[in-house]
Design a protein around this ligand. Structure first.
Ligand SMILES: [Zn+2]
Length: 275
C-alpha cells in the first residue's frame, strides 16, 4: 500500500518537475510562459502528449527527438527524476510520518481522527510543495543566468501568507516569522555590502537577499540559523568541487532550505536537549 502511494507521489513529482523545467527555460529566455506550446529545441516541431511523458519519453526515444533525431538534453529526465524525489521527501515529512507516528495510514488519519484537524497537515504539505517548486525553478534559472526571478519569490510569498491563516499559532507566532524574514534579509544585505568591499566585486545578488528573507519567513529564527549554516557549507563544498570562482548561491540556499524543511526540527530538538 505504502509502496504504491510513494510511487504515485513520485510520478506526480516528475510531472511537476517537467513543468518547472519548462517554466525555468522560458524564464531564462524571457519567453511568455502562458502562451506557446512545447516544441523541440532543435527543429521546432510541436511536441505531442506522447513526447511529454516524464522520464519515459526520454528513455523510449533513446534521448533523441522523434522528428529530427537531434539529441535531447539530459536536463529533462534529470530535473524530472530530481523533482520526483524532492516531492516524495516533502510528502513523507509532512503527511506520511505524522500519520505513521499516530499509528495509522494517511487516509484513515485524514478521515477518521475527528478530534484533531489533520487537514492542517495537507495545507502544510501544499505550502511546502509550492515552496520547493519555486526553489527548484529558481535554482535552475540561477545556474543558467545568475538571476533569481522575482515572480518565483512572490509566488512562494503568497503561498506563505495564505497558509499562515491556518498554520501560524496566533499573531505572535506570525509576527516572529515576519521578524525572522526581516532579520534574514537585513543580515544578507549587510553581508553582501561587506563582501563586495572585501572582494571588490559584486558577490551576493539582490535575489539572494530576497530569497533569505523569504525563507526566514517560512522557517522562523532557528530555521534561519540552520539555513545560513547549511547553505554556507553547501556553497563552500560546491565552490571547492567545481573549482569555479563564479558560482550562483541560489541553488545552495535552496538545497539548505530543503534540508531544514526535512530535518530542521529533528536537529533543533537534538540541539535543545543538550541544555
Ligand atoms: Zn526535433
Amino acid at each position: 500500500m505504502n509502496a504504491v502511494l510513494f510511487i504515485l507521489i513520485f510520478i506526480l513529482g516528475t510531472v511537476f518537475g517537467s513543468f518547472y523545467n519548462c517554466l525555468a527555460m522560458r524564464l531564462e529566455r524571457e519567453e511568455d510562459f502562458i502562451k506557446g506550446r512545447s516544441h523541440c529545441m532543435s527543429c521546432g516541431h510541436e511536441l505531442s502528449a506522447l513526447d511529454l511523458i516524464p522520464v519515459l519519453s526520454y528513455v523510449f526515444s533513446g534521448g533523441k527527438c522523434r522528428y529530427c533525431k537531434e539529441k535531447v538534453s539530459v536536463r529533462y529526465p534529470l530535473t524530472e527524476v530530481l523533482f520526483g524525489l524532492l516531492t516524495l521527501g516533502v510528502f513523507i515529512k509532512d503527511l506520511y510520518l505524522p500519520a505513521h507516528a499516530a499509528g495509522t495510514d494517511i487516509l484513515s488519519y485524514l478521515f477518521v481522527y475527528p478530534d484533531f484537524n489533520p487537514w492542517i497537515l495537507v495545507i502544510r504539505f501544499l505550502r511546502d510543495f509550492i515552496l520547493v517548486g519555486m526553489l527548484f525553478t529558481l535554482s535552475v534559472v540561477d545556474i543558467e543566468t545568475y538571476i533569481i526571478p522575482d515572480g518565483l519569490i512572490i509566488t512562494a510569498l503568497i503561498a506563505w501568507i495564505v497558509s499562515a491563516f491556518f498554520l501560524c499559532d496566533g499573531i505572535k507566532d506570525a509576527g516572529l516569522h515576519l521578524l525572522a524574514g526581516l532579520v534574514g534579509g537585513a543580515f544578507m544585505l549587510i553581508l553582501s555590502g561587506i563582501m563586495d568591499r572585501v572582494l571588490k566585486k559584486e558577490s551576493l545578488g539582490g535575489g539572494d537577499v530576497k530569497l533569505i528573507a523569504l525563507l526566514g519567513l517560512y522557517l522562523g529564527f532557528f530555521g534561519l540559523y540552520e539555513l545560513l549554516l547549511f547553505s554556507s557549507l553547501i556553497g563552500i563544498a560546491v565552490a571547492v568541487i567545481t573549482k569555479s570562482r563564479k558560482i550562483p548561491f541560489g541553488p545552495s540556499i535552496a538545497a539548505g532550505a530543503y534540508l531544514v524543511l526535512l530535518v530542521g526540527d529533528v536537529i533543533r530538538d537534538a540541539y535543545l536537549s543538550l541544555f
